[in-house]
Design a protein around this ligand. Structure first.
Ligand SMILES: Nc1nc2[nH]cnc2c(=O)[nH]1
Ligand SMILES: [Zn+2]
Length: 515
């Protein structure tokens, strides 16, 4: 892992994509962005001609009045043609101890055949229960965390297993490897296998408190604890109440759980909590629903549940890969956005979702929105228009800008971190991806652009701003729909490069030199 010497100001010159709203982003083909030694963005100049780069840096440095006694080094990195910088992805829902199951259902290899509840029982709980063995956790968690990082996830909301010690190991790995994260251990004290169930409310609450103290003792503002009742089915009302009380007593704590993912799950939940008006109301009644709440899935929400979620300011993590794979259904993300639900983020939900890549979640979020639109058109009476002309997002395909927003700012919003991450602005942390569409990445989907786009890349004399911006739009779309981790050269958190293919090739070069 590389870190910035204290007195160095890093400056990047080249193409930057910066999300703005649900429907807009800025595409800046020749921006200049400087980081202070702490990895915060010091300033951004949106459009600088190549011959003015050094002059602009001098001027900016004099404006921020670096004390004369401080020797300041400026390290300028000029992006190559075909490269751009993008805010890092936020994965708002995933399960670290399920990564060893990714792509496998283990029983008879008949091809991802289970729906949620059977899948939990037959595939997921057996794997998670292996994390009782702390040595196993130590062996696998570092590689798991690095895999998420290399997919471009700079901030991740992790579910651990029920085990305190192994979840500490997960937090240690995240801290060491430099990712930003919320980390929780699952609370489960009912409807779970005997070997994978906490023995009492008190033991579940105490272990949760101990994990919170442990993570806070790491004294990192990057790795934070999050309360993690697995879902209503696996927690008694008393346990949910106890966790709600913890949140009431500490307004810096966040909570993550699952909601309304699958038909049988919703029915079972309602049968367990008949006093509650809906699945979401279970969380409401137990003090677990407010603006610090991240609810994964929300595929089958009833009308009143959407209203309640909006009222409480809770956020939704849309996990389309998992929803397709476990045959859960299609979340109505467009409708949620129209209702102004505290923006939606994206989640990989490994291993319900079979990849840790938010790029895949982006692709599937797009497909999900298209299929919701197709279904709307098919079910609307033939006299109705085939698209929903009264809505902005509902029953329509999500545009590129919206997908970008969900993967970055939407996620930041769910994590209550919009002041820190999700986009580029002075004072925010430099959590970013250096993306390349160049031929060396060996991904023709990104470099086979038409020649006239290639010509517009010249930042100097023949620069055509409009063409260069259109080319960046095109590159972003190609990255989202044809890109993969080969195209993510570097992954930065708080200015430190912690992953990406370029990091690995550097490490390999070093190893070669060492040997
Ligand atoms: N997708 C998914 N849904 C859940 N509901 C409760 N636990 C889980 C889980 O591990 N994955
Ligand atoms: Zn999940």
């Amino acid at each position: 892992m590389s870190s910035i010497p204290l007195s160095t100001i890093l400056v990047y010159y080249g193409a930057v994509i910066n999300p703005e709203t649900l429907t807009s982003y800025s595409a800046l083909p020749r921006a200049l962005m400087a980081l202070d030694p702490g990895g915060y963005i010091a300033w951004i100049e949106p459009d600088v001609r190549p011959e003015l780069v050094r002059e602009t840096i001098q001027k900016k440095l004099s404006e921020i009045q670096v004390p004369a006694s401080n020797e300041v080094y400026v390290a300028l990195t000029e992006l190559e043609d075909g490269e751009f910088i993008l805010p890092g992805f936020v994965d708002t829902h995933t399960h670290a101890p399920q990564v060893p199951n990714m792509g496998s259902e283990q029983i008879d290899h008949s091809g991802q055949q289970y729906e949620l509840l059977d899948w939990l029982e037959n595939v997921t709980f057996p794997m998670e229960s292996r994390f009782k063995d702390v040595e196993f956790a130590k062996k696998v968690y570092p590689g798991i965390v690095q895999r998420f990082i290399d997919c471009g996830t700079t901030t991740c909301c992790y579910f651990g297993s029920i085990h305190l010690e192994s979840t500490k190991v997960l937090a240690d790995a995240i801290l060491k490897q430099g990712q930003r994260a919320l980390v929780g251990k699952c609370n489960m004290n009912q409807n779970s296998p005997v070997h994978y169930c906490e023995p009492s409310v008190a033991s579940s609450i105490n272990a949760t408190k101990e994990l919170i103290s442990y993570i806070r003792s790491l004294k990192s503002d990057r790795v934070l604890p999050i309360v993690t009742p697995r879902f209503a089915i696996s927690c008694t009302g008393e346990l949910l109440h106890g966790l709600g009380d913890m949140l009431k007593a500490d307004n810096t704590l966040a909570v993550q759980t699952h909601v309304s993912e699958n038909k049988s799950e919703v029915e079972f939940t309602k049968s367990l909590f008949p006093e509650c008006a809906s699945y979401t109301d279970v969380y409401e009644k137990h003090g677990l629903l407010d603006e610090r709440t991240i609810l994964a899935h929300a595929v089958l929400l009833e009308d009143e549940e959407m209203t309640l979620i909006k009222k409480r300011g809770a956020g939704i993590s849309h996990c389309p890969t998992s929803n397709f794979n476990l045959r859960s259904g299609m979340a109505k993300v467009g409708e949620m956005l129209d209702r102004g639900i505290k923006v939606v983020g994206l989640g990989t939900d490994v291993s319900g979702g079979f990849t840790p890549s938010i790029l895949t979640a982006i692709q599937h979020a797009s497909i999900c929105s298209k299929m919701v639109a197709v279904q709307f058109a098919a079910t609307a009476a033939t006299t109705q228009p085939t698209s929903d002309s009264h809505s902005q997002f509902a029953n329509k395909q999500l545009p590129l800008a919206t997908l970008l927003y969900l993967a970055t700012m939407g996620g930041a919003s769910l994590c209550c971190m919009t002041d820190k991450i999700g986009s580029f602005a002075p004072g925010k942390s430099f959590d970013a991806l250096l993306v390349s569409g160049r031929p060396e990445t060996k991904n023709p989907a990104m470099w086979s652009l038409p020649d006239d786009f290639m010509e517009s890349s010249n930042r100097g004399n023949h620069y055509d701003g409009e063409k260069a911006r259109r080319r960046l739009d095109e590159m972003l779309e190609r990255f989202f729909f044809g890109g993969d981790d080969r195209n993510i050269l570097r992954v930065f958190v708080q200015g430190n490069c912690i992953g990406g293919t370029a990091l690995h090739s550097l490490a390999e070069e070093r190893n070669l030199l060492d040997s």
